[in-house]
Design a protein around this ligand. Structure first.
Ligand SMILES: [Zn+2]
Length: 167
């Protein structure tokens, strides 16, 4: 027999874990091939992508987005088919919305590791510390500038060691 207080707590946990689902469909009629840039309106297939998005009312949100897969019309292109992306919402191979991904990337850069993972739980977008480290590795290298000395001399960054560099 389960004590009444515990049953109530268990129910609250289940409600908290529930995910708000949003079903949507793209209205994209044509899309550019990511490999060659050719526009295509030839639909190959449709499928449903599941994207994690911002939490609403403390509940995680899952977007079930029906997207179209197009055929590339360029014969020489190696990309036979490709999925249409929605600006501001999806990116290639992404399982999160663009906005949620950007926030998690900032959390990863600022806190990384365990602290970042704890903050992501508070934001109701729980990810592991390993995921945060992967996000940092995938970020583009920051742009470096070469400092200039007022006398006209230029200080260049350290030369790359070609003996240990990977090709
Ligand atoms: Zn192509």
């Amino acid at each position: 027999m389960v004590p009444p207080g515990r049953e109530c707590r268990d129910r609250k946990r289940r409600v908290r874990r529930r995910v708000g689902a949003v079903r949507a469909r793209t209205a994209v009629e044509r899309a550019a091939c990511p490999a060659c840039g050719t526009l295509s309106a030839r639909v190959h297939s449709r499928y449903v992508r599941r994207l994690a998005d911002w939490a609403v009312g403390g509940r995680p949100v899952l977007i079930e987005l029906q997207v179209r897969r197009f055929r590339c019309g360029e014969r020489t292109c190696e990309q036979a088919t490709f999925a249409a992306q929605v600006d501001g919402l999806t990116f290639r191979h992404g399982r999160r919305s663009t906005g949620l991904q950007a926030v998690l990337e900032r959390v990863a850069v600022m806190l990384a590791g365990r602290a970042g993972a704890r903050l992501s739980q508070t934001l109701t977008a729980a990810v592991s510390r390993s995921t945060l480290l992967r996000l940092i590795r995938r970020l583009p290298e920051p742009e470096t500038t070469t400092p200039r000395v007022s006398s006209g001399w230029t200080i260049s960054p350290c030369a790359r060691d070609t003996t240990t560099a990977r090709s």
